[in-house]
Ligand binder design. Structure first.
Ligand SMILES: NC(=O)c1ccc[n+]([C@@H]2O[C@H](COP(=O)([O-])OP(=O)(O)OC[C@H]3O[C@@H](n4cnc5c(N)ncnc54)[C@H](O)[C@@H]3O)[C@@H](O)[C@H]2O)c1
Length: 250
């Protein structure tokens, strides 16, 4: 598989570049707003690209979405969106693009996190309203968005499991802010070079259930990206997620 890598010179771009050859894939060129020396050409805009490739993998940032979507649609190429921090407007753009090209989007490419999502859904269904749900995520000190895309995905899984919308509360502060029933608390911790840790706590009367996942290196996301991209290139236009991939593979 030949790849155009957007955000090629960032932490994840470098992981994908390092792993691709050992999985039989080739990054043929990259796009990055802050280009660096890589073993393939890196451009600062899509207009400069002359190479041919099978798929676009985007590990840049949510801000670059309109440009990468426009380019993928123009070239009619499958697109894996691995950046996080997309808003409502972005989601609508992604849905619209998926009418003409295959688009895979996920806030977390690790198999373990996707298993955690289904465990959270089940725990929320079984434990019910009597258990308070709080999510704590920890990441390195350079992470831009908070809470993490994964923490939001886990909150959504908990909502799905408990069968209704919950009030998401981002951090707690103040003298008079007791917890209300039906909330999901989300807490973001930032420091050092933590790759990514997520903990979902279900706290009931006299018992606590905690489900957690810890990513020990970024390689897990790079491997997931290559697997998802090679799966995506055989798909027709549409919007795909890790659920679709896992359903088909396992
Ligand atoms: N889906 C997943 O499993 C997963 C896993 C890890 C990281 N991420 C996400 O991937 C993204 C990148 O993470 P990172 O740790 O490599 O960040 P990073 O800051 O190290 O790298 C981002 C790179 O993208 C470039 N860039 C930023 N905006 C751009 C734009 N508009 N056009 C072109 N290049 C642009 C930057 O110059 C930088 O080199 C983040 O959104 C992060 O949350 C997702």
């Amino acid at each position: 598989m030949k790849i155009l890598l957007v955000g090629a010179c960032g932490r994840m771009g470098r992981e994908v570049s390092a792993l691709a050859p050992s999985r039989g894939h080739e990054v043929v060129c990259g796009v990055d707003l802050s280009p660096a020396q890589m073993p393939y050409p890196v451009y600062t805009s899509f207009g400069e690209i002359r190479e041919n490739f099978d798929v676009i993998i985007d590990f840049s940032s949510a801000a670059g979405l309109p440009l990468v979507l426009g380019y993928a649609k123009e070239k009619r190429l499958p697109l894996l969106l691995a950046a996080t921090g997309y808003g409502e407007e972005d989601r609508a753009r992604i849905e619209a693009a998926a009418k003409t090209i295959p688009v895979f989007q996920t806030g977390n490419l690790s198999l373990g996190i996707n298993l955690l999502q289904s465990l959270v859904r089940r725990a929320a269904a079984v434990l019910g309203e009597e258990f308070d749900i709080e999510i704590v995520e920890r990441h390195h000190n350079q992470k831009k968005d908070a809470p993490s895309g994964t923490a939001l995905m886990l909150a959504k899984s908990a909502e799905e499991g408990s069968g209704g919308k919950k009030k998401l509360v981002f951090g707690r502060e103040g003298r008079l802010c007791p917890r209300e029933q039906g909330e999901i608390g989300l807490h973001a911790v930032r420091g050092g070079n933590i790759v990514g840790e997520h903990e979902v706590m279900f706290a009931g009367e006299d018992e606590i259930v905690t489900l957690s996942h810890s990513a020990r290196s970024r390689k897990v996301f790079a491997a997931g990206a290559l697997k998802a991209a090679s799966w995506l290139i055989a798909k027709p236009a549409g919007k795909y997620s890790m659920d679709d991939l896992l359903e088909e593979l396992f």
